[in-house]
Design a protein around this ligand. Structure first.
Ligand SMILES: [Zn+2]
Length: 127
């Protein structure tokens, strides 16, 4: 144990490299597991024609099914690098709150959300 600590002291750069590599691998594993559980493709809530992009993990993002906006951003900030692990735990516990969306659907969801806010605002104005 003692020699281990000495090695760290003598090779701070190498130690940091190993840590960050292990961390990257771990995050990658967590992300893969989470994506797999979420079906590994875009949930496609608007029935768009996705072509080849639907199954490409590079375009996929984890999305909270029900918009919580600020609350979600707070969670992401709180968990930072561990956000995937945090979501993974919830999905494993049976949460249906998360889905995968491609960038296009995510963007469309945001547009629709803003439209809904606008509609609500106009409704209130007309009352
Ligand atoms: Zn999509």
């Amino acid at each position: 144990m003692g020699s281990n600590i000495n090695w760290r002291k003598n090779h701070p750069q190498r130690f940091r490299e190993l840590c960050s590599k292990a961390n990257k691998t771990w995050r990658h594993k967590i992300k893969n597991e989470l994506y797999k559980l979420l079906g590994n493709k875009c949930a496609n809530p608007y029935n768009l024609n996705h072509g080849d992009f639907e199954n490409d993990p590079r375009f996929l993002q984890v999305d909270h099914v029900h918009n919580r906006g600020a609350e979600d951003r707070r969670e992401i900030k709180k968990h930072r690098a561990n956000y995937y692990n945090y979501v993974l735990k919830q999905v494993k516990a049976g949460s249906k709150e998360y889905q995968l969306l491609c960038a296009n659907c995510n963007w469309l969801k945001e547009i629709k959300r803003k439209e809904e806010i606008e509609i609500e605002r106009n409704k209130k104005k007309n009352v």
